[in-house]
Design a protein around this ligand. Structure first.
Ligand code: ADP
Length: 460
């Protein structure tokens, strides 16, 4: 039987991703090429249109000048001197007119009767255009270039001239210069080309930026993927570590209980050290699990009406052992209104108070930890105040961020992960509360945790 090879799904995903990247790259390159080309084509098309329109208008003007001459010169057609006067007059009035010549037909050609170029008077010319215009009795217009200077362009209008009785008697050859229009056009063209260059320059900058933004977007996508991989890895490792850790803790407890026989004092001291380190490791794994649950939105909150004072009293008495070891006094002032109830998850509330009160004990060498409440604007505030090492304003800037620990000689020997306050803040925020800190170096710190009061009973 023939076997069908199948690609793993991750390979197909990668292939799709690289196809998408390639087509995106191609699309960007096409844009970089097409947009400037489109702008250039559009500009030149516009310019040639303007030039055509301008030439049409000038042609109309030249034909009009020829018609005016034909009408005004009809009665002078018999006298060459009168004709020359008319030509001189019309040349003076119209600066665009380069040459005006009136020719009379001969057997085999046309003789110049009068002309703005007086030297040509009496010369005989043979031209197909002259003959056509004469025979067919129609105007011929064309654009022509000067032989000596090709950039010098002009309109040539050849038209039959009629006398007052409507009889064809002569031929008009009029040259109207396009130099003025060409000069204006060249100026416009130069300005347009400068503008075009600037526009293309900015468009290319924009397109290259688009290209760079696209690269950033791809980088961000990759970073998110790597970040997710890291989260998945931490979550998997933490879960896998939890089981052997539970077994180690169980056996440690059994040894302490004497199940494995009596242990001498020296061994007990060592075992206690092992136990303390196992607890730290266990707390670290719990922190990692909490982080991945919070980041992936998997942490469950069983929200219910809670009397916060009961939670604090329980945590304070648990932590009293640690405080006693450091000879610190923990005091808890009763609630101003014992009926202030908040809406929260009891275990998560206990977890975050454990962290904040635990920190107060951890970062206080002597003095006391005082816990009390304030009711402000419908919020129940719990303040955990210590007389510990405190924090400088600068050091407090990174507080509540992941893995943040203040490093100085006072904290050098205090163990920690820098995860507690980040987890605490996340949990409080998820339960619609707030946390903030105030502190003074060497004087102490106060952490305020605030929750909206759910029910404020005024009775009693
Ligand atoms: P950890 O205590 O494990 O280092 P946390 O996130 O709980 O991590 O706290 C972050 C940092 O904030 C601590 O390393 C410490 O420098 C500072 N800190 C927290 N609570 C206090 C406090 N009550 N007094 C002084 N510094 C504190």
């Amino acid at each position: 039987m023939a076997s069908v090879s199948q690609k793993p799904i991750s390979d197909i995903d990668k292939e799709n991703d690289s196809n998408r990247e390639n087509s995106q790259l191609l699309y960007s390159l096409i844009l970089i090429f097409l947009i400037p080309v489109a702008i250039i084509v559009n500009t030149f098309w516009g310019i040639s249109k303007i030039q055509k329109n301008m030439e049409n208008e000038l042609q109309k003007k030249a034909v009009l000048a020829a018609d005016v001459f034909a009408g005004a010169g009809a009665d002078s057609l018999t006298s060459e001197a009168a004709l020359q006067l008319k030509i001189d007059e019309i040349i003076k009035l119209n600066s665009d007119l380069r040459e005006v010549t009136v020719l009379k037909p001969l057997e085999d050609g046309f003789e110049v009767m009068a002309s703005s170029n007086e030297e040509s008077v009496g010369l005989i010319f043979k031209s197909l255009q002259y003959t056509t215009s004469w025979v067919e009795g129609k105007d011929i217009t064309a654009i022509s270039e000067s032989d000596s200077k090709p950039s010098d362009r002009y309109f040539v209008i050849i038209a039959p001239l009629k006398n007052t009785t409507g009889e064809k008697v002569a031929l008009l050859n009029m040259k109207s210069s396009l130099a003025g229009a060409d000069r204006a056009m060249t100026k416009t063209m130069n300005q347009t080309l400068i503008l075009l260059g600037i526009t293309i320059f900015f468009v290319l900058i924009l397109l290259f930026n688009h290209f760079r933004f696209y690269e950033y977007a791809m980088l961000l996508k990759r970073l998110k993927e790597v970040d997710k991989m890291k989260d998945d890895f931490i979550s998997m490792v933490s879960h896998e570590l939890k089981t052997p850790m539970a077994a180690i803790k169980g056996y440690m407890d059994m040894i302490f209980e004497g199940v494995a026989g009596n242990i001498d004092q020296k061994a007990k001291v060592h075992l206690e050290k092992i136990s303390a380190n196992v607890k730290r490791l266990d707390a670290l794994i719990d922190a990692f699990l909490d982080i991945s649950r919070l980041e992936q939105g998997r942490m469950q909150f069983d929200m219910q009406a809670i009397d916060i004072s009961k939670v604090i009293a329980a945590i304070s008495s648990e932590l009293k052992i640690q405080a006693d070891e450091k000879k610190l006094k923990i005091t808890y002032e009763p609630m101003p209104d014992p009926h202030s109830i908040i809406f929260a998850d009891q275990d998560r509330l206990a977890q975050m108070f454990d962290n904040v009160i635990g920190n107060a004990i951890k970062y206080t060498q002597k003095g006391s930890i005082n816990i009390f409440h304030r009711i402000e604007n419908g919020n129940l505030k719990t303040i955990i105040q210590d007389t510990g090492i405190g924090m400088s304003k600068q050091d407090m800037k990174g507080l509540f961020t992941k893995f943040y620990r203040i490093k100085n000689e006072k904290t050098a020997d205090i163990a920690g992960t820098g995860l507690g306050l980040w987890i605490t803040k996340e949990i409080i925020t998820k339960m619609n509360g707030e946390i903030y800190a105030e502190s003074q170096e060497n004087i102490g710190s106060a952490f305020t945790i605030s929750f909206p009061i759910m029910k404020e009973s005024k009775e009693s």
